[in-house]
Design a protein around this ligand. Structure first.
Ligand SMILES: [Zn+2]
Length: 163
């Protein structure tokens, strides 16, 4: 199947599908190709509109001014990135800073492990003295603490930790 963008002698533009290009020529010669708007058989090929075939008949004229295909953009998206080394340099720096920050927290605060939510709550409600703590809390627990007005900050996770 081949699709042609066609234009009649009064300027109506429409699209039509043909088995092959020769089919268009022969149907055109026998005046079987006509404009869906004015029925004129004086039609000629217009610029092919790069669009997906819409289901159903093309009952109304279709403007040929659709978006042009952009093969260059698609090719560029598939091209390997040339800035890999730059990114990894920035990432290394970020990683170092994160590690420093985490080391600082770890050295200054008490690791209360999984009892972090309990400890944080006790401190907030004045049951125990305030001190810097860190530990583990699920997302739900952290959310609950925040809802109660307890300030919780996530400990920076280093990319290495995930490996
Ligand atoms: Zn027409």
């Amino acid at each position: 199947m081949i699709r042609y963008a066609l234009r009649c002698d009064t300027g109506h533009e429409f699209e039509s599908w043909f088995q092959h290009s020769a089919a268009f020529d022969s149907q055109h010669k026998r005046k079987l190709v006509n404009c869906p708007v004015c029925n004129s058989t004086k039609v000629e090929k217009a610029v092919m509109a790069p669009r997906l075939n819409k289901k159903g008949r093309t009952a109304e004229p279709v403007a040929a001014a659709t978006l042009p295909a952009t093969p260059d953009v698609a090719a560029a998206a598939q091209a390997p990135s040339e800035s890999v080394s730059l990114i990894s340099a920035q990432e290394r720096e970020l990683r170092t800073k994160l590690k420093e920050l985490r080391d600082y927290i770890v050295s200054k605060a008490d690791n209360v492990g999984e009892s972090f939510p309990t400890e944080a709550r006790k401190m907030h409600y004045g049951d125990i003295k305030h001190r810097a703590i860190y530990g583990e809390a699920s997302l739900d627990e952290a959310r609950a603490l925040i809802d109660e007005g307890i300030s919780v900050a996530p400990l920076p996770v280093l990319p290495d930790d995930r490996n």
